[in-house]
Design a protein around this ligand. Structure first.
Ligand code: CP
Length: 310
């Protein structure tokens, strides 16, 4: 397996995360360069995406590199029966880095085992979304001035939401207090509750998105109920509208509160929240370009001479 890949947030240390955040800050201040001059990056999206693919591609373009790839696997030879292994081996002949989203948990890890080209996991099923986590951390750091000692409320689909799984693991270094708000069907999975227990991470579970929960939060991380992960559509229909954040619910929230959402949203955040200064989800998505510039250059071992001074 190659070692410069980013498959799971659990694969990188606290210091590596902090280095990536420092780089993201550098790229926010220096958005365009030719650091990737002559390099080619593949974006292989076997699942739909707007933000992740386009922000990775923007990141490559702003770094002076080139992008190849597909956004719809039905237009690739996967539709003719080509295996993931063969696809990865072929694409590895053409590029310096592979960014991949796939519906199967473990697909990105598998890809690293069949190629020497670094692989960035852009989401594998309900498992992990580490580049999202880096932009989430960057957004939290920018808005709170620290990653330490924050109360973070995760709301909605905590079972299938890979972004909350990755973020939970990343926060292990920063003494968070989590509030998990979900119905029984979409409860935070046991493996992640066990992870909290094993690492001394404080959390409480709630089925009610109550004023007490909202008003004690520094970050509210809303999530979409992931229809595409349900095998029974009736089960999805039962839970899809359980949690909805409206502007009036924020009246007594903390001054420093920010509302995050990895997006896309469906109806879990009312549009009347969008103009509230505590709504941060669109800026959060913008931060994705800087975080991904940091990830790409780090994976390719590209030095940022003034990163330390950014
Ligand atoms: N946050 C996120 O992964 O969005 P996309 O599915 O649009 O890439």
């Amino acid at each position: 397996m190659n070692t410069s890949s980013l498959v799971s947030i659990a694969d990188i240390s606290k210091q590596q995360m902090l280095d990536l955040l420092e780089r993201a800050k550098y790229f926010e201040e220096h958005p365009s360069s030719d650091l990737l001059n002559g390099r080619v990056v593949a974006t292989l999206f076997f699942e739909p995406s707007t933000r992740t693919r386009l922000s990775f591609e923007t990141a490559v373009n702003r770094l002076g590199g080139r992008v190849i790839g597909f956004s719809d696997a039905s237009t690739s030879s996967t539709s003719k029966g080509e295996t993931l292994k063969d696809t990865i081996k072929m694409v590895s002949n053409y590029v310096d880095l592979i960014v991949m989203r796939h519906h199967l948990e473990g697909a990105a890890r598998y890809a690293t085992e069949v190629t020497d080209v670094p692989v960035i996991n852009a989401g594998d099923g309900a498992n992990q979304h580490p580049s999202q986590t880096m932009l989430d951390l960057y957004s939290i750091l920018k808005t709170q001035g620290t990653l330490e000692n924050l109360t973070i409320t995760m709301v909605g689909d905590l079972k299938y939401g890979r972004t909350v799984h990755s973020l939970l693991m990343a926060m292990q270094y920063f003494n968070p207090t989590f509030r998990f708000v979900a119905c029984d069907e979409l409860r935070m999975p046991k493996e992640y509750r066990d992870f909290c227990d094993a690492n001394g991470i404080k959390y409480t579970e709630h089925t009610d998105f109550s004023p007490e929960v909202i008003n004690s939060s520094d970050i509210i991380y809303m999530t979409r109920v992931q229809r595409e992960r349900f095998s029974d559509v009736m089960e999805y229909e039962k839970v899809k509208n359980l949690y909805n954040l409206r502007n009036a619910m924020l009246a007594d929230s903390k001054p420093n509160l920010k509302i995050l959402h990895p997006l896309p949203r469906v109806n879990e955040i009312d549009i009347d929240v969008d103009d509230n200064p505590k709504a941060y989800y669109f800026e959060q998505a913008r931060n994705g370009v800087f975080a991904r510039q940091a990830i790409i250059t780090t994976a390719l071992g590209i030095e940022i001479p003034s990163a330390d001074k950014a």
